[in-house]
Design a protein around this ligand. Sequence first.
Ligand SMILES: [Zn+2]
Length: 172
Amino acid sequence: MAVNQEDVKAAKSILWPDETVEVTAKQRRIGPGGSATSPTSVLATDKRIIILNRASLGIRQDYEVIPYKQVTSVRLEHGVLSSSVFIRVQGYDRDQGLLKNGKEEGEIDGLNNADAKALADFLNKKLDDAASSPEAGETDSGAVGSRYCTQCGNRNPASSKFCSKCGASLGR
Ligand SMILES: [Zn+2]
């Protein structure tokens, strides 16, 4: 798998101690798709997707976290110079970040072709794994209690290990 150590280092303060970065994808610095407001690096860890936007470093929100649980589909659009990875996310806050255009599908454009392929392949595999896991499809009955996120206050099903809103670990 393609992992750029520079990106891992940049995300060090965001990563959890037990989190492993599996794939990184970098945006092309020049050429179509490489805009200043777009994300510059995408990290797919064993637990979630982290999008680093170095262009806005210094601003509080300089990265985004997307839990795999909220990703419903991933598709790759292959270009000549660069590729785009489209991520469809369920229940995502539409006013922020990646999907602020009001769609439930976010485009990470201007990625190196090889990076984009590795990222899309990895994400699709993650989705397959999640779909075949016994926890898939489990719903919050409300009878067994809930877990409230200590980071953002979001109410999660009792079986959740991670907050569905911000991706924070809910402990055991
Ligand atoms: Zn949370």
